[in-house]
Each structure stands twice: as structure tokens, then as C-alpha cells.
Design a protein around this ligand. Structure first.
Ligand SMILES: Nc1ncnc2c1ncn2[C@@H]1O[C@H](COP(=O)(O)OP(=O)(O)OP(=O)(O)O)[C@@H](O)[C@H]1O
Length: 238
């Protein structure tokens, strides 16, 4: 894990630890992510996935270790390069879908409102609906429209499908795949491994704040002779 940083690494995380009081949420994590990859960030509840994502996206700043995105520390430059889907809704009550789209257009230079409206239509959502009146799954779909309408270098999706019905999941994954450039990367944290593993190029298993596996999907399947979902159930059996 202590390789020399490569200049083409999209993300280089070195010896990152984060404690909440006596609890080590992340314990000396080192990790490199290349461009052009869809990476599954997997682990049981409380294993540190959201903590790692918050550090990468600049929401958590009090940690040990070093994080670089495109060679620079986390800051305005990395925030401009990362399009982040948080695991909760952050819109004020009065906002309609089109207001949020206008906000994103003003805020992010790489945002395409044409793309957002097109995706909204594809996902059966109305631009005039108040976000507050949307169901949980509808809000997730809408947030995904916003996040995938940026031309970012890295998309970080924290539990993007948790509230979406199983029939819509494939459709949404296809929407994700058709709306990102192949030179970008997507880091997806999810518990719905069986539904999502078909799009992963590589996977990371986090256990008690440590990385216990990080490999290419084909290598994992070849070495273990099972699907990622099966392997996860075995490694994290309660
Ligand atoms: N603000 C906080 N204060 C104290 N402890 C926290 C805080 N946020 C997270 N933790 C703890 O850190 C550990 C890792 O939490 P984290 O949210 O990163 O896990 P996770 O892998 O995303 O879990 P889940 O799959 O349930 O979303 C957990 O033990 C959690 O209780």
C-alpha cells in the first residue's frame, strides 16, 4: 500500500486516519484511484465509507494523513473536479427541481442544464415539482440528475440507489453510464452490490476503517470464483 504516488493518479490517499473520540472510523488508509474507472466502495454499516467520502470531498477536515486529488490537496481545485452525491437530501423546502438546476448552473462551470432537463425527462420527473413533495426515491433520482450533469473528473456517489425501486435501478445505472465521460471516474458506495456490480471496474472492501481488499473486478472473480456480492457476504458474515 505504500507505493510511490503516480502523477496520473486521480486520487492519492496516504495514511489517512480519522477518530471520533476513542473510535477509529478510518485507520491508516492508503489508496490510489486512477482515471476512467468505476469503483465500488463497499463495507458493512459503520465501516468508514461515508467518513472516507467526506474527507475526499472536503466536508471533513480534521484527520491525519494526506489526500490529493489531481495532485493537489483537498480545496477549491479538488471540489471543482469532484461531483458529489451525498447520502441525504440538502434542498430547502421551497425549491422546485428547476430552481435547483438553476442553482447548479450558477454554481458549477461544468454543469449542463440541457443535460439535467433531458435526464429529468428520461427518469420521469417534472421540473416544476417541489423537491419537498417528491418521494425518497424520486429525490435520489433527481439528485443523481444534478450530479451527473456536471462534466467532473470524479463522481462520488454515496448510496445512490437506496430508495429506488428494483425495476428502476438498471435504468438509472444505464443513465449514469451514458452520462459520464470515460476519462472520468465514479466512486460508488452502496449496499446493493448485486444490482450494481455489473458496472464496477474495481472494488474496495472497508472493514473497521481499514482496506481489506482493493482489486480489479475480473481479478477478484477469477481469484475467488464468485460474484462480488457472494464474496462480500462471506467476508462480512455476521
Ligand atoms: N459525527 C460522528 N460522530 C461520532 N461518530 C461518528 C460520526 N460519524 C461517523 N461516526 C462513526 O464512525 C464510524 C464510521 O461511520 P461511517 O458513517 O463512515 O460508516 P459507513 O461505512 O458509511 O456506514 P453505513 O454503511 O451505515 O452508512 C461508525 O462507527 C460511526 O458510528
Amino acid at each position: 500500500m505504500n507505493e510511490t504516488p503516480k502523477t496520473n493518479d486521480l486520487v492519492a490517499i496516504e495514511g489517512v486516519s480519522k477518530a471520533y473520540g476513542p473510535l477509529k472510523a478510518l485507520d491508516n488508509v492508503s489508496l490510489r484511484l486512477a482515471g476512467g474507472q468505476i469503483i465500488g466502495l463497499l463495507g458493512p454499516n459503520g465501516s468508514g465509507k461515508t467518513t472516507l467520502i467526506k474527507i475526499l470531498t472536503g466536508l471533513l477536515t480534521d484527520y491525519q494523513g494526506s489526500v490529493r486529488v489531481l495532485g493537489a490537496p483537498v480545496g477549491p481545485q479538488s471540489k471543482a473536479a469532484i461531483s458529489y452525491l451525498p447520502d441525504r437530501n440538502y434542498f430547502p423546502d421551497w425549491m422546485r427541481a428547476r430552481d435547483a438546476i438553476a442553482l447548479f448552473r450558477d454554481f458549477y462551470a461544468d454543469f449542463s442544464d440541457a443535460k439535467a432537463f433531458e435526464m429529468l425527462t428520461r427518469l420521469g420527473l417534472s421540473a416544476d415539482q417541489k423537491i419537498k413533495s417528491m418521494s425518497k426515491g424520486m429525490i435520489e433520482k433527481f439528485q443523481l440528475c444534478l450530479v451527473m450533469s456536471r462534466a467532473a473528473k470524479l463522481y462520488v456517489l454515496d448510496e445512490p440507489l437506496a430508495g429506488v425501486d428494483p425495476a428502476a435501478r438498471d435504468f438509472i445505472l444505464d443513465t449514469v453510464l451514458t452520462n459520464y465521460s470515460e476519462s472520468s471516474s465514479i466512486l460508488i458506495s452502496t449496499h446493493l452490490i448485486a444490482d450494481v456490480e455489473r458496472i464496477f471496474d474495481s472494488a474496495i472492501f472497508l472493514k473497521n476503517g481499514q482496506i481489506v481488499l482493493h482489486d480489479n473486478i475480473d481479478a477478484i472473480r477469477a481469484e475467488h470464483g464468485k460474484s462480488l456480492d457472494q464474496l462480500f457476504r462471506e467476508v462480512f458474515k455476521c
